[in-house]
Each structure stands twice: as C-alpha cells, then as structure tokens.
Design a protein around this ligand. Structure first.
Ligand code: NCD
Length: 305
C-alpha cells in the first residue's frame, strides 16, 4: 500500500504526468462528471490550513470519494485519544485513505504503523510537506516547458529559498525534489532561522543578495511564529530590511526569474505587494496546480494506477 510520508518516496515523474492530465481535464471542464462511490477519505487537520485542505477536499470529490474533515477541536483528541487510536478507529470504519496535517514531526509515520489504509502527509511539524513540494515542482516543470521528467531537467538552474528555513517543512521537501531534478539550491535565513545542522546538497547563507543573485527561482517562506521559540528574531523591521523579497532585490536575479510562495503570505513581511502580485509571481499558479497534483497523489495512494 503506497503511503506518502516524505518527498523522497514519491514516484515524481509519473505524478507530474498524471497531474498534467488532470490539469488538462479540469481546464476543459472544471466540474467534470464523476461516478460517486461509497468511499470515505478522512482529512485529519490538526493544524490550520486553507489551500492544502481545500485541494485535498476537491481531489476527493473529483475521484468520487467523500471527504470527511476532522479538526483537532472537533475530534476525540480533546478527550485524550492518541493519533494512533484515531487512525485505528477510522480504519475500522473502512475509510479508504487518511490525509494528515499535524503539528508534530513524525505523526504520519506513527499513523502508518497502525493504518490499513494509505496515509498521506499534508504537513507534519517542521519535517515534510511532500505534496506541496510536488506542486511546486510541477509548477516549475510547466514553466520550463515540461521537459522529460526522468532527467535532471533543473540542472543549471539556481533556486533561492528565503525565509524561516529552520521551521519549514516546505523547504525540506522542496530541497529533496529540487536537487533530485538537478537544481542548485540556496537556503537563506537569519542565522537563528537556519537549521542547526546544514541540510544536504544545499548552500546555506544569511546573505539574501548572494542567494538571489542570478537565481532562476526565488521561493519566499513565511515566518512560522507558531513554531518559534521566543527571541529568535531581534526585530521584524530588521528582518524586512534584510530578508524581504521586494522589487529592488529581485533585480539581482535573472531577468526571467520567477517568484514562488507556498502561502499563506504575510504581505509586507517576507514579500512585498509589488512582487507577490507582479508579473514574475507564480503564487496563484501554485495554488491552481495544487488541485491537479493532489488528485494525482490521491489516485496513486489509492492504488488506482
Ligand atoms: C505551508 C505549510 O502549512 O506548511 N503552507 C501550505 O501548506 N501551503 C507553509 C506555511 O504555513 O507557511
């Protein structure tokens, strides 16, 4: 049974192609006819989410399944039930798949140990967010004309990921997929927001200009204040001055550089309005692609191809 816990275990090339088929299908008809089936997919969202949750819900609907959304406040975890017992319970009721977003790194691994339905990680603590990385990769793959996805098609491209790297599951999963496709990845953050141990195959820096210079892609990340110990940032103004992606900084990148952000955006902090809404921004394209990628991922996990 294929679970999706980390980015490294994804069959990336097949998923990109499947996502593209879905995108084409949805472009022709955003609400295609589906054959409903008596299949429930549980979406355990123990942390806030807008786009990831909406995309997974839509993926369920497009595959004829019913999404059962369970949030922490409305579930038995407030009565002390463990995640593993929740997963056992849902499996005993016959759910066909379980999507999990959880504040604790490793929660989906704990779920896999007791599940007899596929587990899809929708973000666990500062660990991994594999389908976000996949949709980011898919967005770049389309941008670069859909080259053979089995090759190192990002070779020669520089990607700068700027922001709170330390607490970012998006950065970690993206690093895996981007370097796998051949990209040169720079991780840029204030010293207190870089990981304790350097992540593999990446250049780490706290010099934003150096990270952005000649970049093909700049990915901005939100300050994950909900995961931050006190005192990691001396001042928000200093952070803006040194790390914000704005038009002036972006001029250091290649002229055709694209700007990405997994969302949610904190406008005026890690990115300014002109860049977020500008011609180089792929931010809404990422959101759009999130749906086709989640349908492809869910189909894969359900063993339907
Ligand atoms: C991210 C997440 O939750 O990890 N958002 C997302 O899923 N699109 C990034 C964030 O919260 O900053």
């Amino acid at each position: 049974m294929p679970h999706i816990v980390t980015a490294a275990e994804l069959p990336v090339a097949e998923l990109l192609i499947r996502a593209e088929q879905w995108r084409t299908r949805l472009q022709a008809n955003p609400a295609p006819p589906v054959q409903p089936r008596a299949a429930l997919i549980a979406l355990l969202f123990y942390e806030p989410s807008t786009r990831t949750r909406a995309a997974f819900e839509q993926a369920c609907v497009l595959l004829g399944c019913h999404p059962l959304v369970i949030t922490a406040e409305a579930s038995s975890i407030v009565k002390g039930e463990s995640l593993q017992d929740t997963v056992r319970t849902l499996c005993a009721q016959g759910v066909r798949g379980i999507v999990i977003r959880h504040p604790q790194a490793g929660a989906p691994v704990a779920a896999v140990q007791v599940a007899d339905a596929p587990i899809l990680n929708a973000g666990d603590g500062a660990h991994e967010h594999p389908t976000q990385a996949l949709l980011d990769l898919y967005t770049l793959w389309r941008r670069y004309g859909m080259p053979d996805p089995t090759t190192r098609w990002l070779a020669g491209r520089k990607v700068a990921i700027v922001g709170d790297i330390r607490h970012s599951r998006v950065a970690r999963s993206n690093l895996t997929l981007l370097t796998q496709a051949g990209a040169e990845v720079w991780l840029c953050a204030p010293p207190t927001l870089l990981p304790d141990a350097p992540l593999p195959h990446a250049t780490h820096t706290h010099d934003t200009d150096a990270a952005i210079r000649d970049a093909d892609v700049v990915m901005a990340l939100r300050l994950q204040t909900e995961r931050m110990a006190q005192g990691l940032l001396p001042s928000l103004n200093a952070y803006r001055r040194d790390y914000q992606i704005n038009a002036e900084r972006l001029r250091l990148a290649k002229p055709d550089c694209v700007v990405m952000h997994p969302g949610p955006i904190q406008r005026g902090v890690e990115i300014d309005d002109a860049v977020a809404d500008g011609a180089q921004s792929l931010i809404l394209e990422q959101v759009r692609n999130g749906v086709s990628v989640r349908v492809a991922a869910l189909e894969y996990a359900l063993g339907e191809w």
